[in-house]
Design a protein around this ligand. Structure first.
Ligand code: SIN
Length: 297
């Protein structure tokens, strides 16, 4: 019997009574899946998972994606995306050091944006007894529900363009700015032309209906949205700014404080997330799997 303890007002719950290293029977899996889609972000503490067990559990939800950034995938398990600031013997980062600077939803720039991600914590930096490197999650379904009716009407049928290319340019500018200000030095990923060609820009509805819960949510994010489609740039940018500020209000946010052994899953259609870079040079290492979602139509 699993226990689900709700944490945030709109999102976030701890699930206990589950050992994810073992195959879950259909009934237990159904309970976990229901709790997940109800709460949008769920976590399991004290898990001891091999790579295969992490992959096997998340595969129950659908087909796994391999990230466009090949250099941040685990060599023998390309379904695992490495998030880390640890350097190898040659001084090269072993994973993505720069993921999550901006609010975003994983792989939202794809034709089949991700349904969910599952992040497993291996090494978490701690200072003065407090974990560092929190991850913040914002519910875009709760944010949609809270919009005035007139705004909901206005957004129907509108599209925004998600662009991996523009995201990399934005990320590079942020990295240069951090270095100039002496805040932080990270190795920035420079995508190859082939990588960019594999993820062309996608026009996506601003309001998406969740394929499982049927709830409406706002599918715009400051990381991957480059602009509003079919709208003068200035007007589109002003609308996006307003929506970003609305979605990321404290009442729609759950912040996760990591402990090694946490397996945390979030719904990429219902929430967006952002990392915190407050831990360098302390080492941080997490492994992420990502489940493919339905195609944008
Ligand atoms: C991400 O998946 O965007 C990174 C989250 C984190 O490192 O906290």
């Amino acid at each position: 019997m699993i226990t689900v303890k709700k944490i945030g007002k709109h999102l976030g719950a701890e699930i206990s009574g589950v050992d994810l290293s073992r195959p879950l029977d259909d009934d237990t899996f159904a309970q976990v899946a229901n709790a997940f889609f109800d709460n949008e972000v769920v976590f399991f503490r004290n898990q001891k998972l091999t790579l295969e067990q992490h992959i096997a559990f998340t595969k129950r939800f659908g087909e796994l994606e391999q990230h466009v950034r090949k250099e941040a995938r685990l060599a023998d398990h390309p379904e695992i995306f490495i998030l880390s600031n640890i350097l190898d013997d040659s001084g090269k980062a072993i994973g993505a050091q720069d993921a999550g600077r901006f609010w975003h939803s994983d792989l939202s720039y794809k034709r089949e944006p991700s349904l969910l991600s599952a992040l497993y914590a291996i090494k978490i930096p701690v200072k003065d007894g407090k974990p560092l490197g929190d991850t913040h999650f914002a519910s875009s379904t709760a944010a949609y529900d809270a919009l005035p009716e007139a705004m909901k009407q206005h957004l129907q049928g509108l599209k925004n363009v998600h662009s991996y290319r523009e995201y990399r340019i934005k990320n590079y500018a942020a990295q240069q700015d951090e270095m100039r200000r002496g805040v932080r030095t990270v190795q920035e990923h420079a995508p190859t032309p082939e990588q960019l060609a594999s993820v062309p820009d996608m026009a996506t509805p601003v309001v998406r209906i969740h394929p499982v819960t049927k709830r409406k949510g706002l599918f715009v994010n400051e990381g991957h949205t480059s602009h509003m489609a079919d709208m003068p740039r200035e007007e589109g940018d002003a609308l996006l700014k307003q929506l970003y500020a609305h979605i990321t209000q404290p009442e729609f946010i759950y912040t996760h404080h990591w402990t090694p052994g946490d397996l945390l899953m979030w719904d990429n259609i219902a929430v967006q997330h952002k990392a915190t870079f407050d831990y360098d040079p302390l080492p941080r290492l997490l492994y992420r799997t990502t489940v493919r979602g339905p195609a944008i139509c």
